[in-house]
Design a protein around this ligand. Structure first.
Ligand SMILES: NC(=O)c1ccc[n+]([C@@H]2O[C@H](COP(=O)([O-])OP(=O)(O)OC[C@H]3O[C@@H](n4cnc5c(N)ncnc54)[C@H](OP(=O)(O)O)[C@@H]3O)[C@@H](O)[C@H]2O)c1
Length: 329
């Protein structure tokens, strides 16, 4: 199979297209002929070796990529509910293996796209993240009907999956924040935000307070974000796109404001709560099918994986990038 490997830790130039043996699925797994693999910020963190000393983290050479879409190529022992040739999307299977023409994933983490007319690049860009949004909103934040939601980094890959899922779950107002440089893109987005504001001007929401805050951006602003929470509010710390790894939140402020900061990391949560996965994936497909996940997606061939990672770093995108093994003719 064709794959993109990180041959060592480092900058995007460590990514190389290679030929590897075709893998076969083990018990409970499916093999997928990949048409598109999503590129996420976590792929860059792994490539940089940011978590290299933590147990279970990828060691070079490894194939980055968490999420893929394509058609079922083969079923491992004991797998039922899928047929060869069926169009599917698969969530993360431990954090690697996505940038390959054949992906081995756990059948329990895949969902069928049969019966839906969903663009595969959009499907891989939104379905897995929308499934995580479903778990974060229902199980962690315990979103109630009519509650308001504030989403930071509104156009980012992970965040973009939240407004549609929040609306589908019955949220009231859903507001996003972006940096000033993305306000124009925010004005053009088809994502179902009621409003998107400059994150530097959070006060622009006036007296409005939010019940749930989704924060994959982190950094020193996380502490200030508590100011826009209603008492009883829940802030979900779900990433660190800001790259500021040293920030902290004053626990006394949680007490005074009577709010909670909760972490959500799908890689830690889903294996211990496997019952959440199937309903989340099914809800995620519904969100995308209903047109509630229309984020921008740029598709690049595997041979431009370096460019894909450089664009993620330089932030010259307004949505997601998907890689495809198909090279332009
Ligand atoms: N909890 C989970 O299970 C889970 C799942 C997926 C991802 N994540 C995490 O979520 C984070 C985002 O990942 P992603 O793949 O969505 O990345 P992404 O597509 O690159 O999006 C990052 C977003 O953060 C914004 N941002 C970056 N630095 C910022 C700053 N200093 N101030 C304000 N906004 C800033 C970006 O805005 P600009 O476009 O203006 O740069 C963009 O909207 C990562 O930490 C990732 O590990 C967590």
């Amino acid at each position: 199979m064709k794959a993109v490997q990180a041959i060592r830790y480092g900058d995007p130039s460590v990514l190389e297209v290679v030929e590897l043996p075709d893998p076969t699925p083990g018990p409970g797994e499916i093999a997928i002929d990949v048409t598109h693999a999503a590129v996420g910020l976590i792929d860059l963190f792994f490539r940089e070796g940011r978590f290299k000393d933590q147990p279970g983290m990828p060691q070079p050479p490894f194939v980055p990529g968490l999420e893929v879409t394509g058609t079922v190529r083969a079923l491992g022992e004991g797998v039922t509910g899928f047929t060869v040739g069926e169009r599917v999307v698969s969530m993360s299977n431990g954090g690697t293996g996505g940038y390959a023409s054949v992906f081995i994933g756990r059948a329990a983490l895949a969902v069928s796209l049969e019966g839906y007319d969903i663009d595969p690049a959009l499907a891989v860009s939104v379905v897995p993240n929308a499934a995580m949004a479903h778990v974060a909103l229902t199980r962690v934040a315990q979103l109630a009907e009519g509650e308001s939601v504030l989403i930071h980094g509104a156009l980012g890959g992970f965040s973009a999956a939240f407004p549609g899922m929040a609306k589908q779950l019955g949220a009231g107002r859903v507001v996003g924040t972006v940096r000033a440089s993305k306000l124009q893109a925010a004005a053009a987005t088809k994502l179902p935000y009621d409003e998107i504001i400059d994150s530097a001007e959070l006060a622009a929401v006036g007296e409005e307070l939010f019940d749930v805050v989704i924060d994959p951006v982190g950094g020193e602003l996380r502490d200030r974000r508590l100011d826009v929470m209603r008492s009883g509010g829940r802030l979900i710390a779900s990433g660190n796109a800001s790259g500021d790894w040293g920030h902290s939140v004053e626990t006394s402020r949680l007490w005074f404001k009577s709010v909670a900061v909760m972490g959500f990391n799908a890689g830690a949560y889903l294996p211990t709560h496997p019952d959440t996965v199937k309903p989340a994936l099914e809800a995620a497909v519904q969100v995308v099918a209903a047109g509630l996940g229309r984020t921008e997606v740029d598709v690049l061939p595997f041979s431009q994986a370096v460019t894909a990672h450089e664009r993620m770093t330089s932030r010259s995108l307004n949505g997601r990038i998907a890689l495809t093994p198909a090279e332009p003719t």
